[in-house]
Design a binder for this molecule. Structure first.
Ligand SMILES: Nc1ncnc2c1ncn2[C@@H]1O[C@H](COP(=O)(O)OP(=O)(O)OP(=O)(O)O)[C@@H](O)[C@H]1O
Ligand SMILES: [Mg+2]
Length: 329
């Protein structure tokens, strides 16, 4: 069985008036059926860009300039518009970072859930309505049938987020891209949403790419983590060993304040300095983390960016892009 999703050496550039922004450079990642993989990195590191590329819904000024993205055996880049429409929302769906922007303000939320069902399945109105209510019921909303008749503007951000999740999961997608699905929610609702995502994975085998800032969320439900920095994947590993022994100095810094798995709501710590300028021609000439790295060697200043490669003597699937990894903590 091929992985549900394979992202192979993908680079994405935005055209802007000030010049090209290299948002993602050489990203590789794969997800198997029933696997939850977290994509973690600070704001502006290219997480959403990569998620949008999987569905081929990048903004107009963006271009995937290299690499391939496969859904099972199918090359997403080679699909025509009809094939894309067939898989979007049905086999691959996405929970968007901004729940309000993802919903149509002038259509009731119940109708919006129904619409995704009727556009992909041969069902009559009554059955679509039943299935939509079922999807909303799964989201722990108070009085789902009343909420189905509401417009997005009448609901809180957290409720809209759950409607988006109901829409994204109504058709049992094989792959779900969840972009900060719990960012705007309080802790109890967040726990419910994470539970729903886990249930989807357990009961239906959905593969989930979970985009998040929240290392507590990662520890709760992901099996693997990909750490992304300035559009580059720095470290990919299973959650437990990565938390126990981060190898990349950036991962180490991210985890510095929460070395244990039992901290629930810890956020990414502020690391001194900022992301490099993604418009700089020099980007890629050396490791992107160089200016902030306490472990930088002269090699890091002289050599080209380290490739994301397997770790000698490491676990299968463990990959690292660093010349001077952290050995012991
Ligand atoms: N439409 C656009 N035009 C030009 N540049 C863009 C556009 N969208 C994003 N970018 C730039 O691409 C880079 C990656 O952005 P992206 O939104 O993918 O990051 P992110 O990791 O999702 O951040 P956040 O955690 O804040 O959501 C950033 O430098 C951002 O400014
Ligand atoms: Mg984003």
């Amino acid at each position: 069985m091929p992985p549900v999703l394979s992202v192979d050496d993908v680079s994405i550039t935005y055209k802007t008036r000030e010049g090209p922004v290299q948002a993602v450079r050489g990203a590789s990642l794969s997800l198997d059926r029933g696997e939850i993989v977290a994509l973690v990195g600070e704001s502006g590191s290219g997480k959403t860009t990569l998620g949008l590329a999987v569905l081929r819904i990048l903004p107009r000024n963006a271009e995937q300039v290299a690499g391939t993205i496969r859904f099972g055996r199918e090359d997403i880049g080679a699909m025509d518009r009809r094939e894309l429409q067939r898989i979007r929302g049905d086999q691959i769906s996405m929970i968007f970072q901004d729940p309000i922007a993802g919903l149509n303000p002038v259509i009731t939320v119940g109708q919006q859930v129904e619409e995704v069902i009727t556009s992909h399945r041969d069902v009559d109105k009554r059955e679509a309505r039943e299935r939509a209510l079922e999807a909303l019921n799964g989201m722990q909303l108070p009085d789902p049938s009343r909420i189905a008749k509401s417009y997005p503007g009448e609901l809180s951000g957290g409720m809209c987020q759950r409607i988006m999740i109901a829409i994204a999961t109504a058709l049992d997608p094989q792959l779900l891209i969840a972009d900060e699905p719990t960012a705007s929610l309080d802790v109890t609702v967040q726990a419910q949403i994470l539970y729903e995502l886990e249930r989807l994975r357990d009961e239906r085998g959905t593969a989930i790419l979970l985009i998040t800032h929240d290392m507590g969320v990662v520890a709760q439900i992901a099996e693997r983590v990909a750490i992304i920095y300035a559009g580059r994947m720095m470290e990919v590993d299973d959650v437990v060993p990565l938390y126990r022994q981060p190898r990349h100095p950036y991962t180490w810094a991210l985890l510095d304040t929460l070395p244990r798995l039992d901290r629930r709501r810890a956020r990414l710590r502020q690391i001194p300095g900022g992301l490099p300028d993604l418009q700089d021609d020099e980007i890629g000439a050396h490791c992107a983390y160089l200016s902030r790295c306490p472990k930088a060697l002269s090699r890091c200043r002289e050599d080209a960016e380290p490739p994301l490669s397997e770790v000698v003597g490491g676990r299968s699937g463990q990959r690292l892009a660093c010349y001077n990894p952290v050995l012991e903590i």
